[in-house]
Ligand binder design. Structure first.
Ligand code: GCW
Length: 713
């Protein structure tokens, strides 16, 4: 019995050490008991190989099936046996054409995966209008096997709900990654274009497998050098690798490039010479990079140049670039992450104030790219008030995948619940049900140009993302960009099965652990609506005491406003009145202390320490309790993970275990430092049972981290 148990278990354990490099595309053998059934449903593969995209689809299927089932199906020109897999488009396969499937609603990227009969024999067809659609379908087919789904009676129809699904790399040309915690940039500019690292192909495979169809190669804080011929040639080499996978290359454009590399005296968007320069530059980009996607721009934000330097508006700047791109079918992604240097107003209000007046004034090929919240990728923010407030303008979502504010790469924080929370938030813009997802997918206001951007967490670390669990955030971003209505839990389930094991004894506890992990970070870092309390500059660790320096809104005290009376930022009508930027029902709900959801309490209100919470506790006691709850959750994750030893390969198990130990220490540090600090204002004892901080406040304040990774430069 023991021997038999071992034999059954073995195939799920890899022979070679697992370093995470294969991501969710590991293709390890499926459970022995399922092999025969799966093989019978992939007896042969009929797939055209005339185009590069057709070839990558075929190769992926062969590689996947070989790995999963131990044998690859025979490649045949025509499906002839029972259990054949037919992949393609009506143009690539006469046999597929003969099936007369209705592909009319699939567009350019959608696909069907369907059980059919061909000449009376059971078969599976992956059908699309384009090769890329078929490639997405091929990945879906593999995912069904990877996640142990049955393959009979398939009737899957998938069409992406957004058009532009892009990663934003904050990667500099010297390979430093701003807010990157996974090592240097994977883009090896110095050796490009001559050396095309095989990683680029794997990167493209991984992205295509989750439906990502674009990538912005360089940081939004960019050098104009990116637009010089030397670097365009390098970007072209990457574009060539990515193209078969349906991935377009985009570049961040520095607004002052006409001065820096064009020799002009100005970058004024209304100056004819400047406009001519951008037109010529854009034509050149398209000559060098066929199929180029367009520009991403951070303008007049955090010191970046922009149209306002010349008294012009964001719309003037965006439209100038849009005009240059339009003849080529390119787009502009113009970021709304702005807060001005002069503006003394609540930072949370500034993007709305600057952008709403320009609603309807942007060219049709401009997307305004809005972060999920109005401050900056905090562990929890209410949705950005721009969503729903610019019906005439397509707004794309910008999520951060890299965990700048959620514990860098060492903390386990599954971000899909946070993305889901933002996407499901109801803006009430056109009555109830006007969710952010409906703004983003264009359905609310009838926009065809739609998109979602994710700030990448990718670097040269073997496991790509700096930690094994951070791969899940890349995966989840792609899946949600494709379909913003997917459930975070279902995505986690797929990811765990593909990445660790399909064994329910692994899947259930790991998914459960992931699902609460982001809330735990909120608890131990910024409970009850607190925000922006991290270390200055590098953003590592707690520093609610940060004050002074160049700008008030780069400090912590600006955001928490703790004093003898209470804590929190009054954004109600008696304060900054940021609530008024939301639709009336929300403005009323958020603006009233008795109706504001507790998770946003201190985001919108300055609240007395003795305020009664729903729990019956005082605010102070509740705050202390939430901090502790966050730490306890991490302790619980450690316990769960330890219990999985033997069910997960030892290499990855050990690293995750070590990282969880780091996370537990850092969670404790966040709790203790925050409580020690806020207690100097509340002057109240800790609630019964709460342990005092391990050190005094001075200890925490004295900690320095001059070499913390990822700092802006
Ligand atoms: O999140 C903040 C970061 C900056 C970043 C900026 C932005 C790229 O701290 O490093 O700069 O936002 O989104 O532009």
């Amino acid at each position: 019995m023991a021997v038999l148990g071992l034999a059954l278990f073995l195939p799920t354990l890899p022979a070679a050490a697992e370093d995470g490099h294969d991501l969710w595309l590991r293709y390890l053998p499926v459970q022995e008991s399922r092999v025969a059934a799966y093989r019978a449903q992939a007896t042969e593969l009929a797939a055209a190989t005339a185009t590069p995209t057709q070839r990558v689809a075929r190769d992926e299927l062969l590689r996947g099936l070989q790995g999963l089932l131990g044998t690859a199906p025979a490649v045949v020109p025509k499906a002839g046996r029972a259990g054949a897999l037919l992949v393609g488009t009506p143009a690539s396969s006469p046999q597929l054409r003969a099936l007369k499937l209705d592909l009319s609603t699939l567009g350019e990227e959608g696909y069907l995966v369907r059980s059919v009969r061909i000449d009376g024999r059971a078969a599976t067809v992956v059908a699309a209008n384009t090769d890329v659609g078929a490639l997405y379908g091929a990945f879906h087919f593999l995912r069904l096997i990877q996640t142990a789904q049955p393959l009979d009676a398939l009737d899957i129809r998938e069409v992406p709900r957004t058009k532009v699904r892009v990663l934003n790399h904050w990667d500099n040309l010297d390979r430093y990654v701003e807010r990157g915690y996974a090592g240097e940039s994977i883009f090896d500019w110095h050796r490009l274009p001559g050396w095309k690292d095989p990683r680029y192909t794997d990167y493209a495979r991984a992205n295509a497998s989750i439906g990502i169809n674009g990538t912005v190669l360089n940081n939004v804080n960019t050098s104009a050098q990116m637009l010089t011929p030397m670097y365009l040639e390098k970007a072209a080499a990457l574009a060539e690798v990515f193209r078969p996978f349906g991935i377009k290359v985009y570049l961040s454009a520095r607004f002052s490039a006409p001065i820096e590399i064009g020799g002009l005296k100005t970058a004024d968007p209304l100056d004819p010479a400047v406009r001519r320069w951008w037109k010529a530059k854009t034509d050149e980009v398209y000559r060098i990079i066929p199929g180029f996607g367009g520009f991403l721009v951070k303008a007049n934000s955090e010191g970046q140049p922009g149209p306002q330097d010349y008294g012009r508006s964001h719309a003037d700047g965006a439209n100038m670039l849009a005009e240059a791109l339009a003849p080529h079918g390119g787009i502009v992604m113009w970021r709304a992450f702005v807060y001005s240097h002069e503006e003394p107003d609540d930072r949370a209000k500034q993007a709305y104030t600057e952008f709403v007046p320009y609603d309807g004034r942007f060219a049709p090929n401009v997307l305004v790219q809005v972060k999920n919240g109005a401050i900056d990728f905090q562990p929890r923010e209410p949705f950005h008030p721009l969503f729903g407030a610019m019906p005439e303008t397509p707004l794309m979502m910008e999520f951060q995948i890299t965990k700048e504010y959620l514990g860098f790469a060492t903390h386990l924080a599954y971000l899909a619940p946070m993305y889901e929370e933002a996407l499901r938030a109801d803006t009430h813009a056109s009555g109830p049900g006007s969710t952010v997802a409906r703004v983003v997918d264009g359905s609310l206001d009838g926009h065809a140009l739609t998109g979602m951007a994710g700030v990448a967490n990718i670097g040269v670390d073997r496991n790509w993302s700096g930690s094994h669990f951070d791969q899940a955030n890349w995966f989840a971003f792609g899946r949600l960009a494709w379909d913003p209505y997917l459930e975070a839990e279902a995505i986690a389930r797929d990811w765990v099965k593909m990445t660790f094991s399909t064994d329910p004894a692994v899947v259930d506890p790991v998914v459960a652990m992931m699902m609460g992990s982001r809330e735990a970070v909120v608890d131990y870092m910024t409970p009850l609506g607190l925000h922006h309390l991290m270390g200055r500059g590098h953003h590592y660790g707690p520093a609610p005491w940060v004050a002074g320096g160049p700008r008030a809104d780069w400090t912590s005290v600006y955001y928490h406003r703790a004093d003898a009376k209470g804590i929190g930022f009054d954004r109600s009508a008696t304060g900054s009145n940021a609530v008024a930027q939301y639709a009336p029902p929300l403005a009323a709900q958020f603006g009233d202390l008795s109706t504001v959801p507790e998770e946003f309490l201190l985001w919108f209100h300055h609240v007395p320490w003795d305020h009664r919470m729903a729990s019956g506790r005082t605010l102070w006691d509740e705050l202390v309790l939430r901090y502790g709850r966050g730490v306890d959750y991490v302790t619980g994750m450690r316990r769960t993970w330890d219990g999985l030893a033997g069910k997960i390969d030892p290499e990855r198990h050990a690293q995750v275990a070590a990282f969880l130990a780091i996370q537990e220490q850092e969670a404790q540090w966040w709790r203790d430092a925050s409580i020690a600090y806020f207690q100097t204002f509340s002057k109240r004892p800790l609630p019964a049972g709460a342990a005092p901080p391990a050190h005094d406040l001075e200890y925490y304040q004295a900690l320095q981290f001059p070499f913390a990774p990822g700092d802006g430069k």
